[in-house]
Write a protein that binds this ligand. Structure first.
Ligand SMILES: [Mn+2]
Length: 408
């Protein structure tokens, strides 16, 4: 009798444990971004790549037999979308009818009258949230998906109702898996404010949901946990500039009650990197260009040609040589996808020697060096940096003409 009871218990536990669903969590695709920071030809390449990344996400849903795709806002870069883009979206979503798609509009694609979310005829597997947090019951997979929508480009009052808990939803089983998909800003403390739907970690903890798919922050987080609820930002899958560095993608895997097994899958087509490159002792433009190229090729051997780099030159150079950042940028752009070059090098002079010189140069160095020492003693790093630049440009001007905007 006792044994039988135990068996029944373990059998029901086994059923509980196997109740899991396959999901993909994506956000911030920003489809239709103009990529206007790039040269025109590069921008159009990026628009095409962004679209392919979107299709790769759809393909991933199909390949992994994904039951639920959560899109946590900013699917579109702007509410004005070309008819072609709308057709693309409707068709692509229609091609994965087995995947139920839930979209919570964000600050870039808010839900309002006559927006594409309202005017388009979306396939039946797509649900777009329209305003306040509401539950949608997916009976066939014993899951409830909650979502909400930005109604404007700002959302200073939270979309997370006070005291919310995933309690009973009509038509849902008590053991349903609960997912929430939201665009918003995680804020700390009771006073945490944001113009983009402030979300408190305590709200996440109190929600009782199994997983919360977040959008808005463009860099992914790991899968975090508050109470029994897992949550994460999946980040923007295709970088739109240098502030969105490195490989990017979506979360894919399974959610069960109290369990999130998610992998981060990279689906971006191209990487953007921001880095410092030391160019100490380069005395000519050719040496400099060679040093930068060698550095980048060694650091990114497999992806140098396909990637984009925002390079800041650092180190000490002879005072009579100032890098030509425009020439360097132009030559790099012929070798890799895109390049920006900034010069933060300093002049390799010995100020202690120079300030003793009986010359205007000596007096100049002495004055600036005294100020620099004072700034350093006061711990004023910004002034030290500014005085280093003044010293560098000043000393260069004794050697040759200093170009307009050389300090940029
Ligand atoms: Mn965004």
């Amino acid at each position: 009798m006792k044994r039988k009871k135990q068996e029944a218990g373990s059998a029901s536990r086994r059923i509980m444990a196997t109740h899991k669903i396959r999901i993909i969590h994506a956000a911030d695709l920003h489809l239709g971004s103009p990529f206007s920071a790039l040269p025109a030809a590069r921008a159009s390449v990026r628009r095409d790549e962004q679209e392919r990344t979107f299709y790769d996400m759809v393909r991933l849903c199909r390949e992994r037999k994904t039951q639920i795709l959560l899109i946590a806002g900013d699917l579109l870069d702007a509410v004005r979308v070309s008819p072609e883009q709308k057709r693309n979206l409707v068709r692509a979503f229609g091609e994965i009818p087995e995947t139920r798609i839930f979209i919570s509009p964000g600050n870039h694609d808010p839900y309002f009258r006559m927006c594409p979310y309202e005017t388009e005829e979306w396939p039946p597997n797509v649900h777009i949230f329209k305003g306040a947090l509401e539950p949608i019951v997916c009976k066939e997979i014993n899951t409830v998906v909650w979502g909400a929508a930005f109604r404007a480009t700002r959302q200073t009052s939270t979309l997370c109702p006070n005291g919310f808990h995933i309690s009973s939803v009509e038509g849902a089983e008590p053991d349903s898996i609960h997912l929430i998909v939201l665009h918003g800003d995680l804020v700390a403390g009771k006073k945490g404010e944001s113009a983009y739907n402030p979300i408190q970690t305590s709200w996440i903890e109190g929600s009782g949901a199994d997983y919360i798919a977040l959008g808005h922050v463009h860099d992914q987080t790991s899968v975090l946990r508050a109470g029994r609820t897992f949550y994460a930002y999946s980040g923007c899958p295709e970088a739109r500039g240098y502030d969105e560095a490195g490989p990017r993608g979506v979360f894919a895997g399974t959610i069960a009650k109290g369990r999130a097994d998610l992998d981060y899958i990279y689906i971006n087509k191209r990487n953007f990197y921001t880095l410092n490159v030391p160019v100490d002792d380069c005395g000519t433009q050719t040496e400099l260009a060679t040093a930068v190229q060698r550095y980048l090729r060694e650091k990114y051997p497999d992806e140098f040609e396909g990637s984009a780099f925002r390079v800041t030159l650092t180190g000490a150079l002879p005072p009579d040589f100032t890098p030509d950042t425009v020439a360097l940028r132009t030559s790099l752009r012929e070798l890799c996808f895109d390049a920006r070059v900034y010069d933060k090098t300093t002049a390799s002079v010995d100020p202690e020697m120079l300030r003793k010189e009986t010359s205007i140069r000596g007096v100049f160095t002495d004055i600036l060096w005294k100020r620099r020492e004072a700034a350093e003693a006061a711990g004023d790093a910004a002034s030290v940096e500014r005085l280093d630049l003044a010293l560098k440009l000043g000393l260069a001007s004794f050697e040759r003409e200093v170009r307009y905007r050389e300090d940029s």
